[in-house]
Structure formats: structure tokens, C-alpha cells
Write a new protein. Structure first.
Length: 471
């Protein structure tokens, strides 16, 4: 019973609220629009520039807009649950912190440990994609990298390291390790550029739309639409990354819930508009390639628009790397501050007031993964952890509503338990469809997490010997 009690010990919501008011390690510099930009930076990326076309060509046809609608509803269910917790517990750590407060220490640790790997690998995968876009533009301009620097060992004869992927990982890590407002301004700039690119796609393409290309609307049937929704679901989350920076928000209880909902809403409007334009300007069957938007505008004789979109897509992908590295560093910081990992990681830079140690370390992990491992190997572990976090968050909202209905919630998830159950059901369905290798590697990582927790965390936790009563 002693071991079990240790595993379910937790901080109360009131304790976390008191602690966050008294802490001052991190600089509170993020307003509503900076937070929204972090969310948009995580959401909008390959979804607009790649998935809209490939899903239309291979799974949904013009009905890809319905795929995004279904995925958006499922993602919104989780977003509303995140928004409730973001207002209630504005503490760094996101799903880890929320799980710790509601389900106990071991559950919180496991989801935090899981997300450490997920955010680093997502950043690495996106860095490899960023490298591909940059090299394509360099090649078009007659500039060619040395063969050894073009990709990870084994991806092609003569290759040794993906140098551009390493460099972008290191540069963003350095930016995040320094003053947070610098990184936030940089992120807002590149997010503005990629939103401008999305608007350009719609504005430049709408005159070329032929409604006849939307027929047949569902060439692959409803099954194709639903299958497409499972694919594009991974393009409509990313808002959870901003909640990891709660302690750097100026007014987190007011602004975090708003930013979660605002970032998803803006992203979904852009996704819907681009789906309709893209499938209206060229036949959907021509969109199955690595850069469907760029190819579509080339096909309709708009090369200048194609170049602008290609440049903006690089900016868009950069902001995704930024959001994931920020989120991973803040979760590592929160785990260490609570004693579940060595406290050395929880030291804040005396001048910059950023969690510079965790930022540098997770950046190095990302740089090594992006530089030396093939994209397909990295991608096999991506997404399962984020979906697991969605299940934890949606479940925790229902549990806390039942156990602590009297808590003052700045934002309340509507239609509980229906909305959380939608989020749980959709996330579980997507996890069920992942390949076997993902489960195997994920279980290995969780096994390592169990060893770390029982060898170190359970004894060094700040709550060891003084757990708060479970209510």
C-alpha cells in the first residue's frame, strides 16, 4: 500500500495555483497573440502545404474538406478540455501537470516522459522536412550541398549527415535558450508569413476555381473521407504546445484558454478554404506529390505564386520546430522542478530567465536525431504520445468535474462528459490504427520511464514524505 500511495500522491489544484503565483523563475512576456502564434506555429505546417493535396488525391477527393471537418471536431473536443485546464492550472508542463494534479504522480510522470520523446522526435521529423525544402530551393538555384551533408547515413550512397536539419535545430535551440521574448517575436514573424502564404493560396487561386472539378465530390466514398480524417488529424493539433509555456504568459488564466480556441479556429478556417481552392483549380488526382500546392500553381501558370508559397512553407515548417522544442524543454523543466528528474535540469538562466539547460539538451537530442536517422524511422514513433496525452486530458476533465465541482474555472468545457468522450474515442481509434512497430518502440520507451521513476523519481519527488491528501 505504501508504494501505491506514493504512485497516486499528487499536488492539489489549490497548491499549484498558489505556487505559480509565488514563482518568478521565468519571464512573463507572452500575451494573447504571442500564445496564439505558438499554437498556430504548432498546428499549421505540412498540413496546409502537403496533406491537403495528398489526402485529396489518395483518400477523399474534393471531400477532403469533410475530412478536415471531422478531424477538426475531434481535435476541438480535446482543445476545449485543454482550455479548461489551462485556465484552472496555469503551470508549465501541460498534460504532465494536469495529469499529476488529477490522476496522481505516476500517471503524470508517464505522460510527461512520453511527451519528452514525442516533442523531440516531432521536431526532428519536421527539421528533416525543412532540410528537404531548403535543398530543393538551393538545387533550383544551382547551389548543391556536398553529398555527405545531404542526408542521414543510409538514405543514399555517400551521405553521412543531414547538415541543414542539424543547423536549423541548433539555431532554434539557441534562440529559445535566450530571452523568451526574442523567440516569441521571431515566431510571430514566421507565423505571420505562413498565414500570409495561406491567404495568398486562396486569393490567387479563387479566380481559377472550376466547380466542375468538385464532381464527383466523394470519389472514394465515406470510408475514404473518414480514412482521410485519420490522416489529417495530425495536422489539426499543436495548440497544446502553448500550454507548456503557461508560466511565461502575462495573464495565463485569461489568455491561455482564448489562445487554444483561437489558434485552432484560425487554422481550421484556413484549412477549409485551401481544401476548396486546391481541389477546384486542378484535378484532385494530380495532387499526390511532395509539394502539391506548389505544383498546382505551376500547373495553372502561376510560377511566382509557387515560389512565394515554397519560401513561406519553409517559414511555416520552422515555426513547427520552434513550438515542439519549446514544449519539450518546458515539460523537462517541470519534471525536474518537481523532483522526478535531477534538479540540475530545473535551473533557470540568471540573465535570460529561461530553462536554458533543458532547452539545450532537448535541442541536441533533436539535432542528433534529425542529422543521423532516416525520416521514416523517426516518424514511426511520432503521434502516439500526443494522442495518449489527449486521452489523459479528456479523462482528467471528467474526473475533476466529478471530484471537485466547486472549483472556480475561468473556462468550462461545454457538454461534459460528451465532449471529452468524443476526444477520447477519436484518439483511441487513431492509436488503434498505428503500426505494430510504433507500439513496440513506445512500450520500450515507457519501460525505460518506469525504471527511471522507480529508481529515482519516486524517492526524490518533492512530495516524497509529504504527499497531499487525495480528495
Amino acid at each position: 500500500m505504501g508504494l501505491l500511495n506514493d504512485m497516486i500522491r499528487r499536488k492539489s489544484v489549490e497548491t499549484m495555483q498558489t505556487e505559480v503565483r509565488s514563482r518568478g523563475e521565468l519571464r512573463r512576456v507572452l500575451g494573447l497573440w504571442q500564445l496564439t502564434a505558438i499554437g498556430l506555429g504548432g498546428i499549421i505546417g505540412v498540413g496546409i502545404f502537403v496533406l491537403t493535396g495528398t489526402v485529396a488525391a489518395t483518400q477523399a477527393g474534393p471531400a477532403v474538406v469533410l475530412s478536415f471537418l471531422i478531424a477538426g471536431i475531434a481535435s476541438a473536443a480535446a482543445a476545449l478540455c485543454y482550455a479548461e485546464f489551462a485556465g484552472l492550472i496555469p503551470v508549465s508542463g501541460s498534460a504532465y501537470t494536469y495529469g499529476y494534479a488529477v490522476l496522481g504522480e505516476f500517471a503524470g510522470w508517464m505522460i510527461g516522459w512520453d511527451l519528452l520523446l514525442e516533442f523531440a522526435l516531432i521536431a526532428a521529423v519536421v527539421a528533416v522536412g525543412w532540410s528537404g525544402y531548403v535543398q530543393a530551393l538551393l538545387d533550383a538555384g544551382g547551389v548543391h550541398l556536398p553529398l555527405w551533408a545531404q542526408g542521414a547515413y543510409g538514405t543514399a550512397p555517400g551521405r553521412f549527415i543531414n547538415l541543414p536539419a542539424v543547423l536549423i535545430s541548433v539555431l532554434i535551440t539557441a534562440l529559445l535558450a535566450m530571452r523568451m521574448e526574442w523567440g516569441a517575436r521571431f515566431n510571430m514573424l514566421i507565423v505571420a508569413i505562413k498565414i500570409g502564404a495561406a491567404v495568398l493560396i486562396v486569393a490567387a487561386g479563387v479566380a481559377f476555381v472550376d466547380p466542375a472539378r468538385w464532381h464527383p465530390f466523394m470519389p472514394f466514398g465515406m470510408h475514404g473521407v473518414v480514412t482521410g480524417a485519420a490522416v489529417v488529424f495530425f495536422a489539426v493539433f499543436g495548440y497544446e504546445m502553448m500550454t507548456t509555456a503557461a508560466e511565461e504568459a502575462i495573464n495565463p488564466q485569461r489568455d491561455l484558454p482564448r489562445a487554444v480556441i483561437l489558434s485552432l479556429s484560425i487554422a481550421m478556417i484556413l484549412y477549409f478554404a485551401i481544401c476548396l481552392v486546391l481541389t477546384g483549380i486542378v484535378p484532385y488526382t494530380t495532387l499526390d506529390n511532395d509539394a502539391p500546392v506548389a505544383h498546382a500553381f505551376t500547373a495553372i501558370g502561376q510560377p511566382k505564386v509557387m515560389i512565394a508559397i515554397s519560401l513561406a512553407s519553409i517559414c511555416g515548417i520552422t515555426s513547427v520546430i520552434f513550438a515542439n522544442l519549446l514544449a519539450g524543454a518546458r515539460i523537462w523543466f517541470a519534471l525536474s522542478r518537481d523532483g522526478l528528474l535531477p534538479g540540475w535540469f530545473a535551473k533557470v538562466h540568471p540573465t535570460w530567465r529561461t530553462p536554458h539547460r533543458t532547452t539545450v539538451l532537448i535541442g541536441l537530442v533533436t539535432a542528433v536525431a534529425a542529422g543521423f536517422f532516416p525520416l521514416d524511422e523517426l516518424a514511426k514513433l511520432v503521434n502516439i504520445g500526443v494522442l495518449g496525452a489527449f486521452i489523459v486530458i479528456c479523462s482528467s476533465v471528467m474526473v475533476l468535474r466529478w471530484k471537485r465541482p466547486e472549483l472556480q474555472r475561468p473556462f468550462r468545457t461545454p457538454l461534459v462528459p460528451l465532449v471529452p468522450l468524443i476526444g477520447i474515442g477519436f484518439s483511441a481509434w487513431l492509436i488503434w490504427g498505428l503500426p505494430t512497430i510504433t507500439y513496440e518502440r513506445f512500450l520500450i520507451w515507457l519501460g525505460i520511464g518506469c525504471v527511471v521513476y522507480f529508481a529515482y523519481g519516486i524517492r526524490h519527488s518533492k512530495l516524497a514524505g509529504r504527499p497531499e491528501p487525495v480528495t
